[in-house]
Each structure stands twice: as structure tokens, then as C-alpha cells.
Design a protein around this ligand. Structure first.
Ligand code: FAD
Ligand code: SIN
Length: 507
């Protein structure tokens, strides 16, 4: 088996992985591995922007209060303060890296998203993530201390004497198993929207890092809090997100009776927290198609502010300047994940995590819009800071493993798993449905174990990871007998006082 020693191993090439790699490259050699092309990430799809207090009419207290309110009692206040107070300097850092944010008269333009009490979303028109990736990938490719490995799929963390010391990886182009050895491992593998039949997430989002960390003994937290985005458009190539900033700029949700309905659900109407809007759309869909209408704005404004969304919809035969957009809710963001502290440390020595695969405590029961790109930058920088301590350590020995590769496929199992989890562990949950899902997941797991007897490959590992995570998610959702944030139990529709008290005691 080939061995590749580096000072640091970073898994994932979204904003968290790229930012970590760029920082770690100042401390030593870095292997940056990613399972597809470098641009394949949730980051590259991000639309709305990055939340940061930049206006004189805004304040840290207000951003903190909005984050805590949307997090519905479960945020870690210290982590939220850490996130919010570092935001302005991180925006400057991104600009210094070459990210071109949209400006007006030389000043960064700030837009609005749900749950924010003021305009504080820094953006690059409606394709913020693609602009961030472009700039960061250019930097990483030019950095002599970073070696990039595309089409390399991380299977498992290598542990020696309880410490992380690398990862077993499939080179999927050459069909080879490699071991990457390092002083510290950084998981930046993103979210897991692909668990669900309907999602805004690209194909890479299969929760590999979370499942890998769990197998290695890391603590996972808050998995029941899956955020569903209310407005996705079902297009020819799957679901396509219609950014919340469309509602931030005045877009209105319209029900089957051709009338706005959000005033029936929340005083903030179309800009209510995302979980409330998603459940409202889900309920209204039972009466017929829900649409998002921004045709009252001028065509020039719409095309200028939302060029990517406009062009994509045009390609689907919808002119958003003239007609409302049919929308549906879909799985969007994992609020929970690998538990880390403010330095991005997990409970396993030398194993770090940052970005969407983590639970840092900043999101609680529901994420405030545009806080996740921010979280990824703030916490990947914290990882780099902590890794300064590793300069004097040595890389461990090459471990033995007994993995073989197979070409077996499991597409049928995957699509039925995605359908069941959407139906039973989705926007609205009940004890019965969750239990039925768990019975089914066990069957799928037994089938996977049979396939694993022949060997492993990328798609089988992804399915195994998704079923592991789906099972943990359903168990967490079953245990939480209350409705809070984006976890809604129709058999326990209220928040439990006991939880409120528990949280107050923790603070
Ligand atoms: P990602 O960007 O998803 O990167 C994960 C990387 O890990 C990928 O390169 C992937 O290939 C790699 N990887 C995964 N598993 C493996 C493996 N086993 N081996 C090797 N590599 C692996 N958030 C905001 O704050 N503002 C927004 O406006 C916004 N808009 C969004 C719009 C859409 C459509 C979506 C889907 C999300 C949006 N989000 C937004 C959320 C945000 O984009 C993500 O939370 C954030 O980009 C996560 O960054 P990350 O670096 O943690 O993960
Ligand atoms: C959006 O643009 O609606 C997505 C924003 C986010 O997920 O934070």
C-alpha cells in the first residue's frame, strides 16, 4: 500500500477545507484531498452570502441576538459571540484573498435574509459561494506547500494509540487504496443533504466526515436539527435553490388560492425563520402548488441582482421577471455534526473538524441564514491557530489494513433509503414514523454488510455513511420529544419547559 506523509491532512475542498489548508500551509506541508473535482462542494452552490456586522446601523449584540433567537434556546452563547465578533475581520480576510463582493458606490452592499433584524448579508450577487471558491482555489493551487489530490475518497481515520494520524483513502481514478499520514487531520467534509430524496445539496454531500468521525469514536451532537429550505425549484437536473435573498428583496410566497399566506404563520411573514416558512410551505402544498412571486420588482433590478437564478430559471422555461416561480421545501443544512470546541478540536486527539460537518454550538436548533460560510471561515482559522502546537511532532508509522476494492453497486438501496428518510425523518416527524424508519435502516445496513464482504468502493462507503448518519439522526429525533427549531414532532408539537430550564442552567 502506498503511503503519503505530510505534516497536515485536510479532507474537503469547500470554504472550510480550503481556508484551513491555506493557513496550515504556513506551518508545514499540507495534503488537501477531495472526493471529486475541487469545485464540487456545497460552498460552490452558496447563493445568499455571508452574515457580518459592517453597517453603522448594526451591532454585534443584534447579530448575536438574532442567532440565539433563531437557534431556539440551544445555541452556545460563547460560541455565537466568538462567531459574530470575528465576522468583520473574516470578510476583510476574504477580500484580501481575492474574493470580489458586490459593492455599491465603493461600499460593500448588504442584503437581507430571514431571521436577521437588519441588512447584514455580504454577497457576490446571487452566487457568493462560487466567488469564494474561485478565489480560494486559485490561492490553494498556487501554494507550493499544498498538494492537491482530487478524486481521492477518504474512507476512515487512521488511529494510533487513540490519536488521529491520517486517513485511509481510495484514489478513485487509479482504483488504489492509499494511506495518508499526518501529524493532525482536519475534517472539512461538509453536510449530508444527499440523505434526503429532495435536497439543495450537490451529490458530494453524503455526510462521510461525520460518519468517519463517529466510527473513530468522536462525539456527534444535535443531529436531529436538519434545516429545510422553503424555496427550491424542481428543475431538469434536480432541485435548484431560489435564494432567501429573493424574499429579502421583496419576493412573496403565494398559495394555491393565489393569495399570500405567510401572515397566517408568523409576524415576520415571508422573512420568518426558515423552519417556520418551510413548515408553512409544506402545509400549504397540501392545497396545491406554492409559488414565489417577485414580478412586482422591475425586470432590470431582478436581472441585475439575481443574474444566476434568472439565467438558470430561464433555461428551465421560467422568466422570473414575468411569472412566479414554483417552489418546494428541501433538505438544506445539517445544524448538528461532529462536536468541537472553539479551537475546532474534537474529543479525539489530533482530529480537528470545521465547517458544516461540525457542531460548534453556533446554530443550536436552527441556523440563522448565512451564518454557515461565516462559521466555516471563523472555525477553520481557529483550527490553524491550534495546529501551531504540532510543528515539533513527528508523523506516525504506516498502518496495516485489510481493505479490498469491489465494483458492486447499490443504487436501488440508496434511492429507497432517501425516500424513506424524506417521508419519515423529514419536515414533520412522529414516533411511529421514526421507529419504522429505524427498522428499515437496520435492514439496509444488513444488506450493505453483505455487499461489504466482497470489498468496498466509493458509492458503497457513501451509502454506509448515509445509513449510519440517518440512523443516528432518527434516534436523536426519536429521543427529542418536543418541537424546537427545525425539529418538528407532530406528536409533541410544543417546546418542553424542562428543556428551557436545562438550557438556562447550562448558561
Ligand atoms: P463543503 O463546501 O460542502 O465542502 C465539503 C468538501 O468535502 C467537498 O469538497 C467534498 O467533495 C469533500 N468531501 C466530502 N466527503 C469526502 C470524502 N469522503 N473524501 C474526500 N473529500 C470529501 N451558507 C451560507 O452561509 N450562505 C449562503 O448563502 C448559503 N447558500 C447555500 C446555498 C446552497 C444551494 C447550499 C447547498 C448551501 C448553502 N449554504 C449557505 C450552506 C453553505 O454553503 C455550507 O454550509 C458551506 O459551504 C459548507 O462548507 P464546507 O467547507 O464545510 O463544506
Ligand atoms: C440562501 O441563499 O437562501 C441560502 C442562504 C443560507 O443557506 O444561509
Amino acid at each position: 500500500m502506498h503511503m503519503k506523509p505530510f505534516d497536515f491532512l485536510v479532507i474537503g475542498s469547500g470554504i472550510a477545507g480550503l481556508n484551513a489548508a491555506l493557513g496550515l500551509a504556513k506551518l508545514g506541508t499540507v495534503a488537501l484531498i477531495t472526493k471529486k473535482d475541487i469545485l464540487e462542494s456545497n460552498t460552490n452552490k452558496a447563493q445568499g452570502g455571508i452574515a457580518a456586522v459592517l453597517s453603522q446601523h448594526d451591532s454585534f449584540d443584534s447579530h448575536i441576538a438574532d442567532t440565539l433567537r433563531v437557534g431556539d434556546g440551544l445555541c452556545d452563547k460563547t460560541a455565537v459571540e466568538f462567531l459574530v465578533t470575528h465576522a468583520p475581520e473574516k470578510i476583510q480576510k476574504l477580500i484580501d484573498l481575492g474574493v470580489a463582493f458586490t459593492t455599491r458606490n465603493g461600499v460593500i452592499e448588504l442584503s437581507r435574509e430571514a431571521g436577521h433584524s437588519t441588512n447584514r448579508i455580504v454577497h457576490a450577487k446571487d452566487a457568493t459561494g462560487a466567488e469564494v471558491e474561485r478565489a480560494m482555489v486559485a490561492q490553494a493551487k498556487n501554494n507550493l506547500h499544498i498538494t492537491l489530490f482530487e478524486h481521492h475518497f477518504a474512507v476512515d481515520i487512521i488511529l494510533e494509540k487513540g490519536k488521529a494520524g491520517g486517513a485511509l483513502v481510495i484514489d478513485t481514478k487509479n482504483n488504489e487504496i492509499l494511506s495518508f499520514l499526518s501529524k493532525a487531520v482536519v475534517l472539512a467534509t461538509g453536510g449530508a443533504g444527499q440523505l434526503y430524496q429532495y435536497t439543495t445539496n450537490p451529490k458530494i454531500a453524503t455526510g462521510d466526515g461525520m460518519a468517519m468521525a463517529y466510527r473513530a469514536g468522536a462525539i456527534l451532537e444535535d443531529l436531529e436539527f436538519v434545516q429545510f429550505h422553503p424555496t427550491a425549484f424542481a428543475g431538469k437536473n434536480g432541485l435548484f435553490l431560489i435564494s432567501e435573498t429573493v424574499r429579502g428583496e421583496g419576493g412573496i410566497l403565494i398559495g394555491a388560492d393565489k393569495k399570500p399566506f405567510m401572515h397566517n404563520y408568523h409576524p415576520s411573514k415571508d422573512l420568518a425563520p426558515r423552519d417556520i416558512v418551510s413548515r408553512a410551505v409544506f402545509a400549504e402544498q397540501k392545497k396545491g402548488q406554492v409559488v414565489l412571486d417577485i414580478t412586482h420588482k422591475s425586470a432590470d433590478f431582478i436581472m441585475q441582482r439575481f443574474p444566476m437564478i434568472y439565467a438558470t430559471l430561464k433555461g428551465e422555461g421560467i422568466d422570473m421577471t414575468k411569472q412566479p416561480i414554483p417552489i418546494t421545501p428541501s433538505a438544506h443544512y445539517f445544524c448538528g455534526g461532529i462536536k468541537t470546541d472553539l479551537h475546532g478540536r474534537t474529543n479525539i486527539p489530533c482530529l480537528y473538524a470545521c465547517g458544516e460537518c461540525t457542531c460548534t454550538g453556533v446554530h443550536g436548533a436552527n441556523r440563522l441564514a448565512s451564518n454557515s460560510l461565516l462559521e466555516s471561515v471563523v472555525f477553520s482559522d481557529a483550527v490553524v491557530e491550534d495546529c501551531k502546537a504540532y510543528s515539533s511532532q513527528s508523523v506516525q508509522k504506516n498502518p496495516l489494513h485489510a481493505l479490498t476494492l469491489t465494483s458492486s453497486k447499490s443504487d436501488g438501496l440508496l434511492s429507497s433509503f432517501q425516500q424513506i428518510i424524506w417521508k419519515n425523518v423529514g419536515i414533520v416527524r412522529t414516533e411511529y414514523e421514526l421507529q419504522q424508519a429505524l427498522i428499515y435502516f437496520k435492514e439496509v445496513e444488513e444488506n450493505i454488510n453483505l455487499l461489504f464482504k466482497e470489498g468496498i468502493n466509493e458509492s458503497l462507503m457513501e451509502l454506509k455513511n448515509m445509513v449510519t448518519l440517518g440512523t443516528l439522526l432518527a434516534q436523536a429525533a426519536l429521543t427529542r420529544e418536543e418541537s424546537r427549531g427545525c425539529h418538528f414532532r407532530s406528536d409533541f408539537p410544543e417546546k418542553k419547559e424542562a428543556w428551557e430550564r436545562h438550557i438556562k442552567q447550562k448558561k
